[in-house]
Design a protein around this ligand. Structure first.
Ligand SMILES: Cc1ncc(COP(=O)(O)O)c(C=O)c1O
Length: 411
């Protein structure tokens, strides 16, 4: 299956153009269903082969679309929410799904809401947050399960696109703070520290991602030994790469699972082993979403071609946020209904695809050779299923929002 365009998405694009229903996000839920099922199977199989329990949580922040979440939730072991808003959203659409509550800066009201919503586990970011959670749990007569989110030392993770740990950062707590949490646990009867969580970096290949997981696991096991605490679970975070420059190069989940399980097996000391969890976001849903629009104006400026598309980065901020060219396919569209001559780049031109915003930053892809581009053509941007519409500055200039279309029967 091509990662750029499938037959179903191409047919939908033509249909939407014919109905004047562009720009639109198209989520292919059957595509997502098959992809998520396969990656979960790869990871679990690799764990089982090494005698380990490897579980998959999905980070809701990648895309809160209810159809996308419900589809992923069919296969993963739970969802990670990172705000009271995500918590309420998931509970509304999927009341029964198992949740982990992470994210920096949780308010008291969010913690109380999470306790009331019976969240399964909390990724706690500081000693103060641990105390506030303890108070919220005791107020509700509950004891809640906690993983301490630790910023383990080691310097920036090599090869990462985004770094959240290993260096000074607002995410998680320093090891000394984790030690203080462990030392204080007897005085905090509302919380049970069951393990360690870390998400140190994003955008890693299988080798880098597994090495990062091994570093977290090694640190966590040592932490447990030092404090004579049995660790039930260790969450090594997400960060599996999506390659926007080479869309066909997919993250190899089987290799990642095998490497991670191998590292974990090497840490065995004969004692009870914690459940090992991963928490991917981007690499789960990115490939199952497309942003489809059409060329409104084609112009030549000082020798360069620009295709001004309906919509723009206020719908799809991913290329502006990450500094890449969003992969795209141009679908030649006949039946353009303007009576005057239709501008046309010719077959060889390099074209910059921009949106409708009054800023030079509204660029979706630069100097792309995508074949002949004409005003009125449909442009399909691929890999738009994660950190796309939901991270976009949608109110800038108050253009209308995109249509949202779900394909398939999963979800
Ligand atoms: C705590 C945490 N877990 C998981 C993720 C998901 O990361 P990714 O989408 O790179 O897999 C993030 C992303 O920022 C995160 O902050």
């Amino acid at each position: 299956m091509s990662t750029l365009l499938t037959g179903a998405v191409a047919a939908t694009a033509v249909d939407l153009a014919g109905r004047d229903a562009l720009p639109a996000y198209v989520y292919d839920l059957d595509h997502l269903d098959a992809h998520t099922a396969a990656l979960c199977a790869d990871v679990r199989t690799a764990g089982a082969a090494a005698g380990l329990r490897l579980e998959v949580l999905h980070a809701v922040k990648a895309n809160p679309d209810p159809g996308v979440l419900a589809t992923a939730a069919r296969h993963v072991d739970g969802l990670e929410v990172a705000s009271g808003g995500e918590l309420a959203h998931v509970r509304r659409h999927m009341p029964g799904v198992e949740l982990a509550f992470g994210g920096p800066g949780k308010t008291d009201a969010e913690l109380a809401a999470a306790v009331a919503a019976r969240v399964a586990r909390y990724h706690v970011e500081s000693r103060t947050e641990l105390r506030r959670l303890d108070a919220a749990a005791r107020a509700a007569g509950a004891v809640v399960t906690v993983l301490l989110r630790v910023n383990i030392p080691g310097g920036p993770v090599q090869g990462a696109a985004l770094t959240m740990g290993g260096t000074p950062s607002p995410f998680g707590m320093d090891p000394a703070e984790a030690d203080a949490c462990a030392a204080a646990r007897a005085a905090l009867p509302g919380v049970r520290i069951a393990g360690v969580h870390a998400h140190l970096a994003s955008g890693l290949d299988p080798v880098g991602c597994a090495a990062q997981g091994a570093a977290v696991l090694g640190w966590a096991l040592d932490f447990g030994r030092r404090h004579r605490m049995r660790l039930d679970e260790v969450n090594v975070g997400g960060g599996m790469a999506v390659d926007y420059h080479r869309p066909d190069r997919l993250f190899d989940w089987a290799e990642y699972g095998r490497l991670l399980a191998g590292h974990a097996a090497a840490h065995r000391d004969g004692g009870a082993e914690p459940v090992l969890r991963i928490e991917p976001g981007r690499a789960v849903s990115a490939y199952s979403g497309w942003y489809i629009t059409r060329v409104l104006e084609l112009k030549r400026s000082h020798g360069e071609w620009f295709a001004v598309c309906l919509g723009g980065t206020h719908h799809l901020r991913t290329p502006a946020a990450k500094g890449h060219d969003q992969p795209l396919v141009v679908l030649a569209t006949d039946g353009w209904d303007r009576p005057w001559a239709r501008p046309d780049t010719g077959a060889e031109a390099a074209v910059t695809f921009v949106g409708q915003l009054c800023t030079p930053k509204d660029v979706l892809a630069r100097r792309v050779r995508a074949g002949r581009v004409r005003a009125g053509d449909v442009v399909v941007f691929a890999l738009a299923g994660a950190y796309a519409y939901n991270i976009s500055h949608r109110d800038f200039l108050l253009h209308p929002g995109p249509h949202v279309v779900h394909l398939g029967t999963a979800g």
